[in-house]
Design a protein around this ligand. Structure first.
Ligand code: PDD
Length: 288
């Protein structure tokens, strides 16, 4: 596998980063995951805009212009041959003696490609199980930070329960009841009486590119949707529950905390959106 590191392409085995890299020491950096279908990066600009937002949020100067990122991404796609891939971009605040204040050093820029496979058919036919957990992360979940310890711990709870995802809920306060944020590595949609409900993009969730695609598909196909705060009670009373991400596409959550969602099988809204998503993949994402 060929990767990109600080201006050079090289086999992954040759890529070396200092132990003093602030990514290693502090988790001080941001990343992106960009799906590639038929050798074409999907919505590269949207991903690069989200990367810019992450970089601005941590006061790290973007090391590349959009045109330079585009060349790096396309070169990795070209060198890695596989038809469907995902490109991982990773920028840290660079190598410096361990000290909290920002150092005046160049950032570390790393990029790689990995194979991207569509979710297994069994996941589509039967759906997946999930657990809920309190969203105990910080208040800047809109930053795609490499420091993913909270997400990893939350996901591991699902793994240990034999589940595919953790649906996160912010606890109730004096002013409002508990509400849905997102999955440990996905966005979440509730379906109630044929309407899709999903939380608004704010500081409590990652603004998913797949989330945008699902809302566009809904708008274009007269599927009613509401972007608004979704309460914990609405999550548990859902007719259907969906998760979305660039690597997992759209999947039905059919079991939540050991209780079936709806009839415990992927429902009509999921089936419709799944088919529309596959059509979108064929006609738009793979289009030359
Ligand atoms: N994660 N929310 C979180 C916390 C995520 O980590 C992700 C994606 C999403 C969905 O975003 P998108 O639709 O743009 O992929 C939502 C990626 C896939 C990852 O970290 O590997």
């Amino acid at each position: 596998m060929t990767i990109y590191l600080n201006g050079e392409y090289m086999p992954i085995a040759q890529a070396k980063v200092s132990v003093l890299d602030r990514g290693f020491i502090f988790g001080d950096g941001v990343y992106e995951v960009i799906p590639v279908y038929s050798h074409q990066a999907f919505r590269l600009e949207a991903h690069l805009l989200r990367l810019q937002h992450s970089l601005d949020s941590i006061q790290l100067l973007n090391p590349h212009r959009i045109s330079e990122w585009t060349s790096i991404v396309n070169e990795l796609i070209r060198r890695n041959i596989i038809e469907d891939q995902y490109i991982y971009l990773h920028i840290t605040r660079g190598v410096a003696p361990r000290d909290f204040p920002f150092p005046d050093v160049p950032p570390t820029v790393f990029a790689m490609s990995n194979p991207l496979s569509a979710p297994a058919q069994a996941l589509i036919s039967h759906g997946v199980s999930a657990i809920t957990a309190e969203d105990n992360r910080w208040l800047r979940c809109d930053i795609k930070a490499i420091s993913l310890l909270p997400n990893i711990l939350l996901r591991q709870m699902a793994v240990q329960a034999g589940c595919a995802e953790t649906v996160m809920l912010r606890p109730a306060t004096a002013n409002e009841p508990a509400f849905l944020t997102e999955g440990s590595a996905s966005n979440i949609f509730v379906v109630k009486n044929g309407t899709l409900l999903t939380p608004p993009k704010d500081h409590l969730m990652l603004p998913g590119v797949t989330y945008d695609v699902i809302l566009e598909i809904a708008a274009a196909n007269d599927i009613p949707y509401e972007v608004r705060k979704v309460s914990k009670a609405e999550v548990f009373a859902a007719d259907e529950l969906l998760l979305t991400s660039s690597t997992r596409e759209v999947q039905a959550i059919t079991c939540l905390d050991d209780n079936p969602i709806g009839n415990g099988i992927p429902g009509p809204a999921f089936r419709k959106i799944y088919l529309l998503y596959q059509e979108f993949k064929r006609e738009v994402m793979r289009a030359k």
